[in-house]
Design a protein around this ligand. Structure first.
Ligand code: PLP
Length: 337
């Protein structure tokens, strides 16, 4: 795994800090909790997509693209980080947003990530929930090509074997920090969606023969499908890195019990997790991903899933900009508690 062999542009503030969460650990009892601060990657309020975009944007340059196009949900953190990366590199950016929640309120539609997409100068095309977004993305690309443009297509979430290299790199970075600090990592837990983050992490951690288990907390698909998606992408990533066979099905674990009513639909567990992280650690989670990921971690701790002496690292994948798209749900929770 020699990442310097792969083209990369620098966009992220790295390494991101690895910090203890003493007050949340004490509040919950059980394992010692740590947080890997990928909410601090620096680009337009940060988040996990920036690491992927370092490799994807380099590939766009290699293809001599003059613009990038991508897709996501209305409050997509990926779309926002792509728009910012494109701005930084002087490329145009076109994004397709799917209203997966069916919400029509102003904050959801125009505040949070959507406000930032606009500030970064991206053009936006809106689609109803249930649209075949992969097909819509290739139609949009075709339209730009007939206009003489050279669009580079970034898949939803930046999740392909190129983007996943960002999380192979994150795995090596985390391992180096833990070794330097003398921190024995027993588990890594994070929110998993389009699968690139988990695929990259497990490829890096398995490729380095660490035997550190990674648990993805799902935000959309059922467990079997999520594990299949992660494994398939991890296998492609390992091939891309010329270490085929480095990842096996046993390395890929997801728990999709915390999705609730669907992608982007608030849950009581998410509201509690966002509130606890904010009040006990001064940390901003998000309503769609890291809030549900932390809700899963909290519930698993309460169920005694982790040993008392264990160290659990929560990978904070970012997303706080989406809080402003969901203010109404979070304020409800605060006034109730
Ligand atoms: C996209 C995203 C995730 C999920 O990462 P995938 O690579 O899509 O699985 C988690 N958290 C946040 C905040 C995200 O924006």
């Amino acid at each position: 795994m020699h990442l310097a062999r792969y083209p990369r542009v620098r966009l992220a503030h790295l390494p991101t800090p690895l910090e203890p969460m003493p007050r949340l650990s004490a509040h919950l009892g059980g394992p010692q909790l740590w947080v890997k601060r990928d909410d601090c990657t620096g680009l337009s309020t940060g988040g996990n997509k920036t690491r992927k975009l370092e490799f994807l944007m380099a590939d766009a340059r290699r293809h001599e693209a003059d613009m990038v196009i991508t897709q996501g949900a209305t409050q997509s953190n990926h779309a926002r980080q792509t728009a910012a990366a494109a701005a930084r590199l002087g490329l145009d950016c076109h994004i397709l947003l799917e209203n997966r929640t069916g919400r029509a309120d102003r904050d959801y539609q125009d505040n949070g990530n959507v406000l930032l997409d606009r500030l970064h100068g991206a053009s936006i095309e809106r689609h109803e929930g249930g649209t075949d977004m992969v097909a819509a993305l290739s139609r949009a690309a075709e339209r730009f090509r007939t206009e003489g443009r050279r669009p580079y297509i970034i898949p939803g979430g930046g999740s392909n074997e190129i983007g996943a290299l960002g999380y192979v790199n994150a795995a090596l970075e985390l391992l180096g920090q833990a070794n330097d600090q003398g921190l024995r990592i027993d588990h890594v837990v994070h929110a998993t969606g389009s699968a690139g983050t988990q695929a990259g992490l497990v490829t890096g951690l398995a490729g380095a023969r660490t035997r550190i288990p990674v648990l993805g907390i799902g935000v959309r698909a059922p467990r079997k499908q999520q594990e299949e998606n992660v494994l398939a992408l991890a296998e492609r990533t390992a091939e891309h890195l010329e270490i085929p066979g480095a990842v096996t099905a046993a390395d890929v674990r997801a728990n999709c019990d915390y999705v609730g009513g669907g992608y982007g639909v608030p849950t009581a567990g998410m509201q509690e997790a966002v509130s606890l992280a904010a009040r006990l650690e001064g940390l901003l989670l998000d309503p769609v991903y890291s809030g549900k990921g932390m809700a899963g971690l909290i519930d698993l701790i309460r169920r005694g899933h982790f040993g008392d002496g264990e160290n659990v690292v929560f990978l904070h994948t970012g997303g706080s900009a989406a809080l402003f798209g969901y203010a109404v749900n979070l304020l409800d929770a605060e006034s109730g508690g």
